[in-house]
Design a protein around this ligand. Structure first.
Ligand SMILES: Nc1ncnc2c1ncn2[C@@H]1O[C@H](COP(=O)(O)OP(=O)(O)OP(=O)(O)O)[C@@H](O)[C@H]1O
Length: 310
C-alpha cells in the first residue's frame, strides 16, 4: 500500500499506523509541488521520517504545477496525477490519505453553506479507488497527539492558518463558534450527517442506474415521457449519469436542472448548451445529446409551432 504523506501530523500518524498494521508493505510518497522555498528539503525530511517509521520504501516525487483553477486546485491536480501514477506502477495499489473527521466536517459545512446536494454533502468516501481514507473517524487532535507520542516533528502548512483561505477560517473561526453555540460535538455531528447522506445517495444512485438501463435505447436516446413520472431525486441522477455517459463533463446542478425541466415541465423549451458544446434536444418524447456548436449540430428548431404534446 502507498501512504501519501505531506509531512503534516495527519499523514505522518497515518504512516505510523499503516506500518504498524502492515509491516514491510508500506511505500511512502511525498509530493514536492515546488511552490515554496525549501519545499524539496522539507519533502526529503518527510521521506526520511517515513523510512524511520519503518516504511519499506519512500520516495519524493517532484511535480510541475499548472495554473488551472488557481494555485491550490492546480497543486491538488498535479499531486493526484502523480499519486495515481505511483499507484498504477505498483499494480493499482491503494493510496492512503490522511483526511480526518475534522476535514470531513469542514467539507460538509462548506457544502451546506453553498447549497450542495446529498452527493456532495456525503463528503469524502473512505474508499474510492485508488484513494483510501482510514482516518475519517479520527480527530485531528488525535493525530497530533500520536505524532507527539512518537517524537515526530510535524510540518504545519502555513495555508492552514492563513485567514485568506476559506477552509482555514472554517477551522479556526466558524467551527469553534458553532461548538460554543451548540454546546459542542459539531464536527462529529457533521461527519454523521455525511455518513447518512452517503447511504441515501448510494441508494438513490442505485435506483437511478436501474432506471437508466430501462429507459435508454440502443441509440443512446432517453425516454423522457416515462422518466417524467419518477421522483425528482431519481430523475436528476438518471439525467446526470446519462449525460456523463454521453461525454458531458463538469456538470453543475443548474445544468442538470435545465435538462430536467425539459423532462418534467415540457413546453417546447430548449436547453442552454452544456459544457463541451453538447446540446440536449427532445423529439418524439425522447432526449438526445448532440455534439458541436448549435449552428452545425443539425438540431431541430425547437420553439416553432404550437407547444408539442410529448
Ligand atoms: N505534498 C503531499 N505529498 C503527499 N501527500 C500529500 C501531500 N499533501 C497532501 N497529501 C495527502 O493528502 C491528504 C490531504 O491533504 P490536504 O488536506 O492538504 O489536501 P486537500 O487538497 O485538502 O485534499 P485532497 O488531497 O483530497 O484534495 C494528506 O493527509 C496526505 O495524505
Amino acid at each position: 500500500m502507498i501512504v501519501a504523506c505531506s509531512g503534516g501530523a495527519d499523514s505522518l500518524a497515518l504512516a505510523a499506523a499503516a506500518v504498524h498494521v502492515a509491516p514491510g508493505a508500506v511505500h511512502g510518497v511525498v509530493v514536492d509541488h515546488g511552490l515554496q522555498d525549501g519545499s524539496g528539503d522539507r519533502a526529503a525530511v518527510a521521506a526520511d521520517q517515513l523510512r524511520g517509521l519503518g516504511a519499506a520504501s519512500a520516495e519524493v516525487v517532484a511535480v510541475e504545477v499548472g495554473t488551472a483553477g488557481g494555485p491550490e486546485a492546480a497543486a491538488r491536480t498535479a499531486r493526484h496525477a502523480a499519486l495515481r501514477a505511483v499507484s498504477r506502477d505498483r499494480g493499482d495499489a491503494p493510496v492512503l490519505l490522511g483526511h480526518t473527521l475534522d476535514d470531513q466536517a469542514e467539507t460538509v459545512l462548506l457544502g451546506l453553506g453553498r447549497g450542495s446536494g446529498a452527493r456532495s454533502l456525503a463528503g469524502m468516501a473512505p474508499w474510492d479507488p485508488p484513494w483510501c481514507r482510514p482516518l475519517l473517524g479520527i480527530r485531528r487532535a488525535t493525530t497530533r497527539a500520536a505524532c507527539a507520542a512518537l517524537g515526530l516533528a510535524v510540518w504545519d502548512d502555513p495555508h492552514n492558518t492563513d485567514p485568506r483561505y476559506t477552509r482555514a477560517r472554517l477551522r479556526h473561526e466558524v467551527l469553534p463558534l458553532l461548538d460554543e453555540v451548540l454546546g459542542g460535538g459539531v464536527a462529529p455531528a457533521l461527519a454523521r450527517t455525511a455518513a447518512q447522506l452517503a447511504d441515501d445517495d448510494a441508494a438513490l444512485s442505485t435506483l437511478a442506474a436501474g432506471r437508466l438501463e430501462l429507459l435508454v435505447d440502443a441509440d443512446g436516446s432517453l425516454d423522457a415521457v416515462v422518466l417524467a413520472g419518477d421522483p425528482p431525486a431519481v430523475r436528476r441522477r438518471v439525467l446526470r449519469a446519462w449525460l456523463a455517459a454521453a461525454g458531458a463533463r463538469e456538470l453543475s446542478d443548474a445544468h442538470v436542472r435545465a435538462v430536467d425541466s425539459v423532462v418534467a415541465q415540457w413546453r417546447g423549451q430548449g436547453v442552454p448548451p452544456l459544457p463541451g458544446e453538447l446540446e440536449v434536444v427532445r423529439a418524439r418524447g425522447r432526449l438526445r445529446v448532440l455534439e458541436g456548436p448549435r449552428h452545425v449540430s443539425g438540431a431541430p428548431a425547437r420553439s416553432a409551432g404550437p407547444p408539442p404534446t410529448r
